[in-house]
Structure formats: C-alpha cells, structure tokens
Design a binder for this molecule. Structure first.
Ligand SMILES: *Cc1c(COP(=O)(O)O)cnc(C)c1O
Length: 346
C-alpha cells in the first residue's frame, strides 16, 4: 500500500465522485470499435450536435470492486453488467460492446487505479461506471453513426454508516418512472430523468425512495427508483415480474441465495395490497445490496403499510445481506462462480 492511498479517509467517503488517476475510452466509427485510449483527464470534448445530448442515446452500468481480508481484489459478476449493457444497446439502437472488451476495460482500470481500491476494513469499495453515448453530429432523429464507450472508477463509502436499518418509502400515484412497453428494462439515463421529480419530492418528505407501481393499472409493484423490490412471506422470497423494471443483478443473486437458504422464490406480478402481508421487504441494488423497508405510505390513498414493527431489519433480509456481502469480500465461499478475482493487483 503506498503513501497516497493512506491519505484518503475511506471511512468518511459517501456516494460522490473523487477523481482517480485514469479512465479508458473507445470509439465506434465506420461500423467497428477502435483501440482503447487511456486518459488521465476526467474531461471529454464532444460535438454539440451529438445525439446523446439531444435525443438521449446514452446507457450506463454500475458495478463494484472490493478488496478482501486476503488483500485480493474482487469484482462481482461483471459479465452480467456487460450483458445487460448489450441488451440496453439493442433497446436504444447503439452498438454492443463485446463482453471480452468490457472485461478488458475493468481489468485495465483496476490496475491503473489500484491505489483507489479501499482497504477491507473500511467497508468502502471502488465503484465502476461504464457509459456509452451517441456522438454523431445530426439534428434529425435517428440513431448516431458514432459512439463513445467510456469507463471510470471512483471510490465510494460503505452504504450503511449508522447500521443496517429500515427506512420509509412512498407510493406516489401521480408519477410514473417507465411505460409498460417503454425503456424501463434498459439502463438509460432517461429513466432517471423521469424519476427525479418524484424522487426529490419523496426525499423532501423524509422518504428514502419512491415505490413505483405499474403505469397502466396502478395495481402492481414495479420497483423502488434505482433498485428492485422484494418481499418475504411464509419463507418465500417474492419479487415483481414486470415489463417496465430493470433486471437487477443484485436481485438475481439474492433469488439464488434465497433458494440456497431453503426459501421458495416467486417472480410474478406483486399486487400492491400484498404489502399488508409481507413480514419483511426491501429494495435491492449494487449501491446498498439491500435497503430494508420500514413502512410504505401510499400518499394518495392515505394508507400506510407497516413492514417493520420494531424498526429493525427482518432476519431473512439480514441473512441475505450478510451472505451476499461476504461473497463479494471473499469471506464466504463463492459457490456460484460470481466473483472475478484479480490476483495480480496488490
Ligand atoms: C441499476 C438499477 C437497478 C439495480 O441493478 P443492480 O444490477 O442490482 O445494481 C435497479 N433498478 C434500476 C432502475 C436500475 O437502474
């Protein structure tokens, strides 16, 4: 560990942005991807007529690298992020970056920025942000003929600084995140723009997130802003199936772990009134793994669903959270081959 690494106060890191040493870029031109370019600048210069700026041809991903007790660096299921980014490309007509190239970029970035990978004890991690934008100069609405793929990293703090605690979430029936046959299943910035207004309103009222219902009937649970939803009842892990939610890699992993732990797993439409029956519920995603839900207030119907009566997370949520974290940090056997280890990074 070098001197500069010790200067960062890992314990006080939030989920912000700290410039690291290098990022990598690659351009799609004339129908093919070019060579990697390594940059030490965190600026990009793009044409003002780029399609990403006008018509939202933009996709992104989010994954994390963890340093284990054994000093080894691990990344959780990066192939899944590569595949999901390819699916997003299909969804908004951008070129697909092959999985090998995606993994190459992760590999390069970790080596180039290894002094920013937080130590095990801090509970912090290195967030990896892949991004793709349309660069073609045009004002007509059609897919671009040029793209930039870019990947950067930034260290982020442990999500639960004051402990793994449930928080209240809100249903706001006057807002939708994504249309049933729209872009909800793709990881595009536009979905986030669509959810900012309701999200900020919910935050201002003391809620940690909005639970969006299906936009058509307002009967079924979709997801919690930037995270999927799950409920626990009768030893069963229940998570929504819908055409307007983003397939979370954390959720997919939790479904497997739930099964490993002897729970039944159901992926099906989840009626909003089922909230009444859940013994536990949570939001899941890369940022927090699991954010337990304390209660859900349906603001328009003036109805509250209390999930955690004592303000504590339920035992199954806690067990799932701890198991997944332990796999990510190398403290529990990775029986599903989820973790990619970088043995040559010290
Ligand atoms: C990224 C994302 C998630 C979480 O996915 P993970 O792969 O678990 O990080 C959930 N919902 C939305 C809308 C997202 O963009």
């Amino acid at each position: 560990m070098n001197a500069q690494q010790e200067q960062l106060d890992w314990g006080s890191l939030g989920f912000g942005y700290i410039q690291t040493d290098y990022n990598v870029r690659c351009y799609w031109r004339d129908g093919k991807w070019g060579e990697w370019e390594v940059s030490s600048s965190d600026m990009i210069t793009i044409p003002m007529a780029s399609t990403c700026l006008h018509y939202g041809q933009e996709s992104f991903e989010g994954l994390k690298a963890f340093r284990g007790k054994d000093g080894k660096v691990r990344v959780f299921r990066p192939e899944e992020n590569a595949k999901r980014m390819q699916s997003t490309s299909q969804g908004i007509l951008m070129p697909e970056l092959p999985t090998e190239r995606f993994l190459e970029a992760v590999d390069m970035l970790l080596h180039l920025n290894k002094r920013f990978i937080p130590p095990y004890e801090s509970g912090a991690s290195l967030y990896i942000r892949p991004l793709m934008i349309g660069l073609g100069k045009q004002v007509g609405v059609k897919p671009s003929n040029e793209y930039m793929f870019l990947m950067f990293v930034t260290p982020v703090g442990a999500y639960f600084k004051s402990g793994f605690r449930p928080t209240p979430m809100a249903i706001m029936r006057g807002y939708d995140r994504a249309a049933p046959l729209g872009t909800g299943t793709y990881k595009v910035g536009g979905n986030y723009a669509a959810s900012l207004r309701s999200g900020e309103l919910a935050h201002s009222m003391g809620y940690s997130a909005v639970i969006y219902l299906d936009a058509k009937e307002k009967l079924y649970i979709d997801e919690c802003g930037p995270a999927n939803f799950f409920g626990i009842r009768d030893n069963t892990y229940i998570t929504p199936k819908s055409s307007s939610i983003l397939p979370s890699i954390t959720n997919k992993s939790l479904m497997q772990l739930a099964e490993d732990m002897g729970l039944r797993v159901e992926c099906r439409p989840v009626h909003v009134e089922e909230l009444e029956t859940f013994e536990e519920a949570g939001a899941c995603g890369t940022a927090a793994v699991i954010s337990p839900i304390e209660r859900v207030d349906d603001l328009d119907l003036k109805k509250s669903y209390i999930i955690s009566k004592d303000g504590q997370p339920g035992p199954i949520s806690k067990q799932l959270y701890e198991r997944l974290r332990a796999i990510q940090y190398g403290d529990y056997p990775d029986t599903h081959g989820w973790v990619r280890i970088y043995p040559d990074i010290d």
